[in-house]
Design a protein around this ligand. Structure first.
Ligand SMILES: C[S@@+](CC[C@H](N)C(=O)[O-])C[C@H]1O[C@@H](n2cnc3c(N)ncnc32)[C@H](O)[C@@H]1O
Length: 181
């Protein structure tokens, strides 16, 4: 599912993501599958959080999305956006070490079962998990929803369907936000 993410969708999601996190304070945030940390509006996701520490984690140093992200961000590239190179399926962090795991347009690339296990392990009890998916197949979305609601008290399930079709597919995207049970 490595589609380019439509800018209009990104803009809408960025706007509510900024709003959502504007009122919360975190101790340690894990930006999982951070890519270049670029929000394609000239900013970076790290600036969305009020947090003592933010760890940006990605499996790749130069992702296949790099060129595309560079174009979307007006040619600006983050010099060194990844703090720790690691797979979401096996995180090199201690148990209960984050109070927010933020996973923007990346969860669909992980091994879902392994990644959820790891996310639960590194989250504190009462820690939060936020993830978004771009144009997920219906079955993927429902399976993920069922998996997440097993482990999280979901406080936000947001689905946006753009009326325009892109590359013959509809432009839907979903966000989940919940608290670890
Ligand atoms: C669509 S990009 C999203 C990047 C960024 N979060 C954003 O909002 O622009 C998906 C990212 O997930 C990363 N990724 C894929 N599989 C991963 C894994 N198993 N563990 C950690 N990161 C992974 C990719 O390298 C890529 O940077």
């Amino acid at each position: 599912m490595n589609h380019p993410i439509p800018t209009r969708m990104r803009t809408v999601f960025n706007s509510f993501t900024r709003e959502l996190f504007h009122y919360e304070r975190f101790r340690r945030v894990l930006n999982l599958g951070c890519g270049h940390d670029i929000d394609r509006e000239g900013g970076c996701y790290s600036d969305y959080f009020i947090a003592d520490e933010i760890f940006r984690v990605d499996i790749n140093s130069t992702t296949e999305y790099a060129e595309q992200e560079c174009v979307f961000s007006g040619g600006r590239k983050m010099a060194n956006p990844v703090d720790v190179f690691a797979s979401a399926n096996e995180l090199p962090f201690a148990d209960a070490s984050f109070d927010l795991v933020f996973c923007n347009w990346a969860f669909h690339d992980f091994d879902r079962e392994k990644a959820i296990k790891e996310i639960l392990r590194v989250l504190t009890y009462g820690g939060k998990f936020f993830c978004t998916f771009c144009r997920p197949p219906e079955s993927f979305m429902m399976d993920t929803y069922n998996l997440l609601k097993e482990h999280f008290q979901l406080s936000l399930v947001f689905r946006l369907v753009l009326l325009e079709r892109l590359d013959g597919r509809d432009g839907s995207a979903v966000a989940f936000y919940g608290t670890r049970r």
